[in-house]
Design a binder for this molecule. Structure first.
Ligand SMILES: CC(C)(COP(=O)(O)OP(=O)(O)OC[C@H]1O[C@@H](n2cnc3c(N)ncnc32)[C@H](O)[C@@H]1OP(=O)(O)O)[C@@H](O)C(=O)NCCC(=O)NCCS
Length: 210
């Protein structure tokens, strides 16, 4: 039972991270597989993500999940809103019976230095550069996770990461919150993101009805 982390955010919203140590047969027992995935790790990640949904809320109807054109998985009757992320041997999920949600987990990687100008706004780059060099990679990982979580919360695809999703400066600790804004034409929302660092893993989640 390698439950890596669990947080009950409130009565209607819960999240968890699973560290995958099982093989496929463990998940296959309870999880319907509706798509063809040949890569063994990707298949395990997909199964573990789906496994977490009824793990968090027992009556979560995995059988009823549909996939939108944007590839966002959803429940047509919106009994629950949910979001899934995986990275390496970790799978994370957040489920809410009341609010739209987004989650992302990432392992901190130097690759982010190469792509930072693509996903960060100039103001965000300046914030990163204002930090001690030893902290910049961790901050980049949090900001990348933040934007992926916002992208999933939004769910409708076609988002310019540097312009339409903006984060504002915050103090970088082991966990905390980030004020953010999602602006896509007339869809404009302020969001409060939550982040947490566990060893080399960055997690960001967002819950918002707005
Ligand atoms: C969809 C996306 C966010 C997934 O991120 P990833 O790092 O590849 O993978 P993660 O493990 O974090 O997330 C995968 C899960 O996201 C979910 N997902 C996929 N598309 C989604 C969407 N449009 N909205 C919400 N959730 C989505 C799925 O649950 C998927 O897991 P599953 O197929 O096993 O159910 C990412 O691939 C993507 O398309 N990003 C936007 C592309 C882009 O514009 N990039 C520009 C950066 S500068």
């Amino acid at each position: 039972m390698p439950l890596f982390y669990q947080q009950n955010i409130n009565e209607s919203t819960r999240l968890a991270i699973w560290e995958i140590e099982e093989d496929e047969s463990f998940f296959n027992l309870s999880i319907p597989m509706h798509k063809q995935i040949t890569h063994p790790l990707k298949k395990l990640q997909h199964l573990a993500g789906r496994y977490l949904l009824p793990f968090l809320f027992q009556d979560f109807p995995n059988d009823e999940i549909k996939i939108a054109d944007t590839r966002k998985p959803f429940l047509p009757n919106e009994q629950y809103h949910f979001s899934i992320s995986h990275c390496n041997k970790f799978a994370a999920a957040i489920v809410s019976s009341t609010a739209r949600v987004g989650i992302d987990v990432e392992l901190i990687t130097p690759r982010l230095h190469k792509i930072k100008a693509k996903f960060l706004h100039g103001d965000e780059l300046r914030f990163v550069n204002s930090q001690l060099e030893s902290r910049q990679l961790t901050l980049l990982s949090i900001l990348w996770s933040a934007k992926e979580a916002m992208y999933k919360w939004y769910g409708a695809g076609e988002v310019d990461f540097s312009e339409m999703m903006r984060t504002f400066p915050f103090e970088v600790n082991a966990e905390g919150t980030i004020n953010a804004a999602f602006v896509k034409f007339d869809f404009q929302h302020k969001l409060l993101l939550h982040y947490k660092l566990v060893n080399d893993l960055t997690m960001v989640w967002v819950v918002s009805d707005n």
